[in-house]
Write a protein that binds this ligand. Sequence first.
Ligand code: F6P
Length: 509
Amino acid sequence: MTEIRILLADNDQRHRESLTVELREGAGFEVFPAASPEEARKILKDRLIHLAIVNLRLVDDEDENDRSGLDLCGEIDPMVARVLLTGHPTAETARQALQITDGRDPVANGYLSKTNDSLEEKLKVVKGVLDAHFEIIPRDRFAVLTSGGDSPGMNAAIWAVVRAAMARKIEVIGVEDGYRGLYEGRFHKLRWGSLTEHMTRGGTFLGSARFKEFRDNDALHEKALQRLLNAHVSGLVVIGGDGSMQGAKALAARAGDKLRTVALPGTIDNDLYGTDMTLGAGSAGNAIVRELENMMPPAHAMRRIFVCEVMGRYSGFLALDAGLCVGADAILIPEKVIKMKPKRPDKIDRIASAEELNSQIDEIVERLERAFLGGQRHALVVFSEGIRKLIGKDRKDVRERMEERMEEWPEDIRPDIRTQLLGYTIRGVRPERFDLRIGIMLGSAAVKALVDGRNNVMVGWSYEHGVTKTDFDEITAKGKRPPAEILEERSKWKQFLELHETMVAPPRK
Ligand code: F6P
């Protein structure tokens, strides 16, 4: 075994020096001797130690009540393997160390007697503890977190981060509940098999949270950074959406060269610059298609129009993509509705946007009237929740405006309208093949990027180039553009919209 770093905390100078030599020369371990709890703590703080060998009476060998070694073992991070050493071996000291009496987590994973054990026996204990404690002997440690809205494929990405890192002898710790768990220091080691049962499931195994305060609070960033540095983490993988990128960028700015941060896009909204698809958008899109299909039979049977609001935050992708795929009669997305103030192109003009929305709804109603006069008996209108979020609540909703305009229709062709909201049931679906695949590719690319020394970048997915890398600065800056500009850049979306528009106009004689 090589590259194994051992802390030897022993106040008995002679024994400490001889055991240090034995461990170095007998087994090739890297040994860091400490003569007191304080020295031991400093070594543990400064280095990624694999195993701590700690003398039970670490302050005063003559004092029967000295438990300082046990106390030190109790405070050492459980990711470090611990062996208790004593010159006063009794069944009681062994029991205390291993806590076999009450079934609690052991303070130590092994037990060594200074007086009785030969070098061979000592090495057997040390190697046995290392073997039981570690799947790999890590040369470095990364952390992974999922933040913001969960999305299908996140588990596959975490799985890939763990596997890609462990293949390079890097240990991975999972952070619970996103940046909140990071700030609170809620970490646990992820094992080779931790994700096996979860990788093809929706949601995120690590938990997630919205922690808006994290975006621009220096004190929170500092605390989170210290938590990572104290755990000897040198690389962080963030999986999340737009808000998560802002958090990652802020953290990276504070960390300087102490920590590298790489992100990957995990959100159903598909609203991030630097990737053609975000993780989860494909599966959520498929789920929406199935839900919309299921609305058709009742719509047909009952001669109804279904008006369906689809999640996606400020992005129209899900509404547009799914609406096109099921031949929806109309699709309303923020990119085509939202107007900016002429003199403040960074600010939404809510009045002009509401007028634009009304005029698009009026056009839809006119078009549908022609279709219903021509014999159509049901219809589907899909709109993105972003419209409602961006314009504000104090305006008529899509259904109300439609009903108002439809009052002018001949009564015998006027259908009922029903509304449907597609939200969490489409976000929580199982990831489909595409998201599993990009989850695995991006998770593994994130690890490789960290190993290659990359920092401050998001790994994304391009249909043309495969895995891409884009700086956080560029992503957050481009995310702030007016919706219409985003549509200009997303040529595929524009194509979808044009296709939809040419296909839903009823024929004219
Ligand atoms: O970002 C994913 C998303 O599902 C959006 O589509 C939606 O607007 C938002 O999250 C809902 O957020 P929350 O689950 O925090 O209410």
